[in-house]
Ligand binder design. Structure first.
Ligand code: FAD
Length: 448
């Protein structure tokens, strides 16, 4: 039987889990396309460098590419190097799994002042993402305000509170380590709009903040007073209950005069970022819980000095040329993974991961999500059966004619080997190459 060829756009967990599920059938071959020369999406460029155990999921994800019917086509950007109609010419079906890594905005005055950044930018920079300019951050600020109380806010606050020495053994690029070594940051203030029970962090990540070397954790007891709805929530929500217990314990701690302080504040809604040439402070409207777990303004304002602000208020997807898009939710409209346009299923087009369901869940959540999409793809297979045998070398030749330098799996393995070798010299697991040209060079030249 003629093999069915499937293009998966995005080599993050969702894309790779789709490829894995597709290999269940001998009649399908898969190309996983990514705009970067490196696979793994946010596992490589989001999961914090000091969470090495979490990052080790890369070892499992890598195995999928050892399958002889799965290829990696890196450094190929959908929408720039290849369009949807061109993908349809080369493949029998397309699965979009390009993630949702665009940050949401606060929508307040002063948001674009120098010194104000999205957490995404900071994460990309310390993760060595090729899009992040090497000199984007100087960490000259003494006080940094992080707006948002989810795990990403916790990640950025933790990285900012750690020393270069503590992060030396991770994969963090050298230029980031140099800036961290010169960092003037003394106070990191993590601020939530609602109360402590409504905060989104998971307990393990939260607890870590209280265990950082040479950092005093500061929580005000009055910030932990909760309303009836929050009390009720605690009865069924173990995570929120444990989090509150931890924060209550912290609120009793006496500061020990350590080098850095990490503050958690609640019931503060950002109103403006203030400063002439750069951020100097943030004005918040103080809130109180209204009995239903929501915050209402008290009418009081509070100003916190800060020379740097990181906004961590969520992610959204990016519309892609040729595909429908739900502007409100920031996802591709779909019915359990089948792309929908005006209530009609579009044959041969599927979606998985964050761009399918929005930015929620952990890495593992993308597995069930990808399996659902691929199950529906298998149901549709008889309608997608190809009339002609497709030659897998054609797409490579097509991209070559367009001047695209495709990085295949062997190319990635060379990058990997170079990073590991550089890491060994620093006593680290690896040291990431952040520059796109150097990545491309390593993908062709490096000999393990
Ligand atoms: C900062 C941060 C930290 C996180 N930490 C954890 C954690 O510790 N533990 C945990 O379980 N989960 C964590 N997550 C969540 C986890 O990373 C996501 O659930 C998961 O990565 C989503 O998978 P995805 O494949 O949908 O998207 P992504 O991982 O974003 O992958 C999308 C891929 O598509 C590619 N792409 C984008 N546009 C194009 C295009 N035009 N053409 C071709 N390719 C394209 C991207 O380069 C990327 O490789 C974290 C998320 C963030 C943002």
């Amino acid at each position: 039987m003629t093999q069915l060829r499937v293009a998966v756009v995005g080599s993050g967990p969702a894309g790779i889990y789709c490829a894995a599920a597709l290999t269940e059938s001998d009649e399908i071959s898969v190309d996983v396309i990514d705009r970067l020369p490196t696979p793994f999406g946010l596992v490589r460029y989001g999961v914090a460098p000091d969470h090495e155990k979490m990052k080790s999921v890369i070892n499992t994800l890598s195995k999928v590419f050892l399958h002889d019917r799965v290829r990696f086509l890196g450094n190929v950007e959908f929408g720039r190097d290849i369009s949807l109609s061109e993908l349809h010419e080369h493949y029998d079906a397309v699965i979009m799994a390009h993630g949702a890594a665009i940050d949401r905005r606060l929508g307040v005055a002063g948001e674009d002042l120098p010194g104000s950044f999205s957490a995404t930018e900071f994460v990309s920079w310390y993760s060595g993402h090729p899009d992040a300019a090497v000199d984007r951050f100087t960490l000259n600020a003494e006080t940094v305000v992080v707006i948002g109380v989810g795990n990403v806010a916790v990640d950025v606050a933790r990285i900012m509170s750690k020393t270069a020495t503590q992060l030396r053994s991770t994969d963090i690029p050298d230029h980031v380590l140099d800036v961290l070594a010169r960092s003037r940051v003394r106070d990191v203030v993590v601020v939530g709009r609602r109360g402590p029970v409504q905060a989104k962090f998971t307990t393990k990540e939260l607890r870590e903040l209280g265990e950082l070397d040479d950092v005093d954790i500061v929580v005000r007891p009055e910030d932990l007073e909760i309303d009836a709805a929050s009390e009720l929530m605690l009865e069924s929500n173990t995570v929120a209950r444990r989090n509150l217990e931890i924060m209550r314990e912290w609120s009793q701690r006496e500061p020990q005069g350590r080098s850095r302080r990490l503050h958690l504040r609640f019931l503060l809604r950002p109103v403006s970022l203030d400063g002439e040439e750069s951020v100097q402070s943030v004005t918040f409207a103080r809130g109180r819980l209204d009995g239903n777990g929501n915050a209402v303004d008290t009418g009081e304002l509070e100003q916190l000095d800060a020379q740097m602000v990181l906004r961590s208020v969520g992610y959204r997807g990016l519309a892609m040329p040729g595909l429908p898009f739900d502007e409100e939710r920031g996802v591709i409209p779909n019915a359990a993974g089948r792309v929908m346009r005006a209530a009609e299923v579009i044959p041969g087009e599927y979606v998985a991961g964050w761009i399918k369901r929005g930015p929620s869940g952990i890495i593992g959540t993308n597995r069930g999500d990808a399996n659902e999409t691929v199950r529906n793809f298998f149901e549709d297979v008889s309608e997608l059966a190809p009339q002609v045998a497709r030659d897998p070398t054609e797409i490579i030749e097509f991209l070559g004619r367009r001047g695209v330098r495709v990085v295949d799996w062997q190319g990635w393995e060379k990058i990997d080997a170079l990073e590991m070798a550089t890491g060994a010299a620093r006593d680290a697991s690896r040291v990431k190459v952040a520059d796109l040209e150097r990545l491309l060079l390593a993908s062709t030249e490096h000999r393990p």
